[in-house]
Structures are given as structure tokens and as C-alpha cells.
Design a protein around this ligand. Structure first.
Ligand SMILES: NC(=O)c1ccc[n+]([C@@H]2O[C@H](COP(=O)([O-])OP(=O)(O)OC[C@H]3O[C@@H](n4cnc5c(N)ncnc54)[C@H](O)[C@@H]3O)[C@@H](O)[C@H]2O)c1
Ligand SMILES: C[C@@H](O)[C@H](N)C(=O)O
Length: 395
């Protein structure tokens, strides 16, 4: 059941979650009349009042009091919170941001226990994005100015648990949006090639086109793009979003997506010289090395607002099939054997996703440029694993 009422000063929703009639009362508190009306030009209004009023607790300050106290000046270092930070991308992003802004200015968070090396590398905090008050407390107490929202269930895992994916990817995002808007944060939410579907143009896929994904993951990411842009226009939220391709990394493992094969092949090739691929050999998907992805994220977060003609951009680096990746690997490991055992769930998803991504707007607006094409990616990954194997033998 969804009940939705909207007045100039307030709106409330009651949402039904996971098939259980669990009412979640949301009050988006007093919205200034002029914000509702919008302005000429960019159509943005600075947020002058809280978007969600909450019950008062001694450990929290009122929304009005906290909003102006944490405003971000361009001359200061941002104070960054990363949600879902223990996945494939978060630890690497924290490392990059800490090099730039200082170790203590970047807080990693997740619902899992961090490994020792991560725990000792900088601030870590437990944060469940479904716990709105706890999230708010973390933002207020740590004077957070940038929020990077990485928590999500990815495409394959999401199809296996739709109710949880809906909750984490959609309800969690609502919490993040309200907290970011209320506290004047700069908010980064990644989207994905998975935000497109079988009716989108696939080769290449432009920024603006039909988006009718057939996975809960894709649906939740289109929702995130639209809600973020809506909050930007309606409340002046500084929302920034990149649609990532499949990301390939050596020192972190993927969390259950359709593009995971392109990481696993390196592990198996080095360990056993054999790999069983769960996608057809001719399945073409856009991919990117993690260093390019994390650098793009920092660059778009630092881009002056007036360079951003849009708030959601495709970014691209390379595009290949399992067969092409295998051939590139075999240049250095001719003995590598690849067989195919197709996973029908992942194959249907991959067949509905872009084959090539058009990222010309990102290149034009804020100077996006990738460093790694397929040969550099393969060389870098192999070097990493060979060095790791060598070190393991030495120790
Ligand atoms: N890795 C990729 O190839 C890729 C590509 C496109 C977009 N993205 C996006 O980038 C982001 C990060 O991706 P990733 O690969 O690191 O994902 P991941 O699956 O590896 O990690 C996600 C993290 O979210 C955490 N999480 C789950 N439920 C949570 C909750 N209730 N509260 C807080 N944290 C919770 C998990 O513990 C996990 O550590 C995601 O939003 C993803 O959609 C990733
Ligand atoms: C593409 C991306 O969003 C993720 N790696 C997935 O396959 O689900």
C-alpha cells in the first residue's frame, strides 16, 4: 500500500516493505514555499529547511540547527563518509580520498566487520543505511560534508533477494537523500550500465535514452538517478552521479554482479591456469579498471558545479567480450584454458545491458579521460597477481 499526499508545506508517505504491511511514516517537514515554486535558470533552490522532521532525541540536534553549522567551504577539506565501504570499491576510494584530504577526513562505514588492515588504515564506523537516526547522528557528530553512497545489492545478488535489494537500494537511498539534503552535503551515488535495459540503444548507449531495466538492481539505480536529480532541482541538493561500467580490481573482490567474471578470470588464471566463464564468449560489456573509476569519482566530486550540465553521466574506458579478454590474457599465459558454463540469470541480464557506453558529455563537461585500455588492464592485473604469488613464496 502506498499513500502519498503533497501540500506546499508538507508531504507524508506510508510505504509497504517486503510484502509485510510495515508502515514507514515519513514526514518531509516544512518545505519553503519558494523552493516548491523553483526558480528560473538552473531551477535550483538552496535548501533552507529540513526535508524530513524527526522525533527529537538528546543525542541529536534539531534539523534547523544542524543545517547551517556544517556548510562546506571550498577552501576546507571535505569531511567524507563512505557507506557500504567494505565492498569492491570502498576501501580503494577511501585510500585515494585520504591521500588527498587527510586520513582522518575520510570515514569508511559498513555493516560488516572490517579486516585488520582496513580497521587500522583510518576511521571506520558501523553504519546500517536503513537506520536513519544512526546515519543522521554520524553525519552530525562528524561534521560530514561529502557523502559517497556505495551500499547496494548488485545485479545477480539482487535477483536472488529482491525484497532485500528493494529495501537496501531504494529505502536506504531515501534515507541518504533526506540526510544529505537536510545537512547540505555534496552527495555521490554511483549508477551503472545496469540502469539500461533491452529497449535502450546498446551500441553505443548515450546518457539520455529509454531506460527500462529488467533487474531490481537496474530499477533501483534508475530510481536513484531520478530521485537525486529531483532533490537537486527541488531542494538544491548537490547530487552527483556516474554510471560505472563493470569494474575490475585486483585487491578487492566483486559483490555478486554480472560482470564479476572479468575479475575472477585473473584469480583463476594465475592459480590454476583454468577458468570456467558464466557468460557466452561473445558477450560484450563496458568495463573499467578500478583506478580510473575511483579517479573519475573524485574528479566529478571536485568539478565546479557550473561545469556540470547534467547530474548523471556515463563514464567509459573499454568494452570487451570474454573471448577478447581471454585472447589478451593468453598473450602472456598461452597455456590458459577457458571453458563456458552459462549462468542463464547473468546471461539474460548481460544481454540487456549496453555493449558500448557513450561518455562524450563527461569528457566535454569536466574533462573525463580514462588511462587504462584492455592491454594495460591485463598487464596491471597480471603484474599484481604475479607479485602477490612471489611474495607468498618468499614468506
Ligand atoms: N563494482 C562494480 O562493478 C560496480 C559497477 C557499477 C556500479 N557499482 C556501484 O558502486 C557501488 C559500490 O559497489 P561495490 O562493487 O563496492 O559493491 P559491493 O557489493 O562489493 O559492496 C556493497 C557493500 O554494501 C554493504 N551493505 C549492504 N547492505 C548494507 C546496509 N544495509 N547498510 C550499509 N551497508 C550495506 C555491503 O556490506 C557491502 O560491503 C554500488 O552502489 C554499486 O551499485 C559498482
Ligand atoms: C555493472 C555493475 O553494476 C555490477 N558489477 C554488476 O554486474 O552488477
Amino acid at each position: 500500500m502506498i499513500r502519498f499526499t503533497l501540500r506546499v508545506t508538507e508531504f507524508s508517505t506510508i510505504v509497504c516493505i517486503s510484502g509485510t504491511s510495515m508502515p514507514v511514516l515519513r514526514t518531509l517537514g516544512k518545505v519553503a514555499k519558494q523552493a516548491f515554486m523553483g526558480t528560473p535558470g538552473c531551477g535550483c533552490q538552496p535548501l533552507t529547511v529540513a526535508v524530513r522532521s524527526i522525533s527529537f532525541s538528546p543525542r541529536q540536534v534539531t534539523s534547523d540547527a544542524s543545517f547551517h553549522s556544517v556548510s562546506f567551504s571550498e577552501t576546507d577539506h571535505p569531511k567524507v563518509l563512505i557507506t557500504g565501504g567494505l565492498g569492491q570499491l570502498g576501501v580503494g576510494l577511501a585510500k585515494l580520498l585520504r591521500m588527498r584530504f587527510g586520513k582522518n577526513n575520510v570515514i569508511l562505514s559498513d555493516i560488516r566487520k572490517p579486516p585488520n588492515n582496513v580497521f587500522h588504515s583510518g576511521p571506520f564506523i558501523y553504519s546500517d543505511i536503513l537506520d536513519y537516526k544512526n546515519l543522521r547522528e554520524i553525519v552530525v557528530n562528524n561534521r560530514i560534508t561529502w557523502l559517497v553512497h556505495y551500499s547496494a545489492l548488485l545485479s545477480a545478488v539482487g535477483e536472488a533477494n529482491v525484497a532485500l535489494a528493494r529495501s537496501v537500494n531504494i529505502t536506504g537511498l531515501h534515507n541518504i537523500l533526506d540526510i544529505a539534503a537536510e545537512h547540505g552535503l555534496r552527495l555521490f551515488v554511483p549508477s551503472t550500465i545496469g540502469a539500461f535495459g533491452p529497449t535502450s540503444p546498446r551500441n553505443p548507449t548515450p546518457d539520455l535514452c529509454v531506460q527500462r531495466p529488467r533487474t531490481i538492481y537496474g530499477v533501483s539505480k534508475v530510481h536513484a538517478e531520478l530521485m537525486g536529480e529531483y532533490y537537486h532541482h527541488r531542494y538544491g541538493l548537490d547530487f552527483r552521479c556516474l554510471r560505472y561500467p563493470g569494474i575490475i580490481s585486483a585487491d578487492s573482490t566483486p559483490g555478486g554482479g554480472t560482470t564479476d567474471y572479468a575479475v575472477q578470470i585473473f584469480h583463476d588464471a594465475i592459480k590454476t591456469g583454468k577458468f570456467e566463464c558464466n557468460l557466452r564468449p561473445d558477450t560484450r560489456l563496458p568495463m573499467m579498471y578500478i583506478d580510473d573509476c575511483l579517479r573519475a569519482t573524485l574528479e566529478v566530486m571536485e568539478a565546479p558545479a557550473d561545469t556540470l550540465s547534467m547530474r548523471t553521466y556515463n563514464i567509459n574506458a573499454m568494452s570487451f567480450t570474454p573471448e577478447e579478454l581471454t585472447q589478451e590474457l593468453q598473450k602472456q599465459m598461452p597455456e590458459l584454458e577457458v571453458t563456458y558454463e552459462i549462468d542463464p540469470v547473468r546471461q539474460v541480464i548481460a544481454d540487456s545491458w549496453p555493449m558500448n557506453f557513450d561518455d562524450s558529455n563527461a569528457r566535454k563537461d569536466w574533462g573525463w579521460k580514462h588511462d587504462y585500455d584492455l592491454p594495460e588492464l591485463v598487464q596491471t592485473m597480471i603484474n599484481y597477481f604475479r607479485e602477490e604469488t612471489r611474495m607468498a613464496r618468499v614468506n
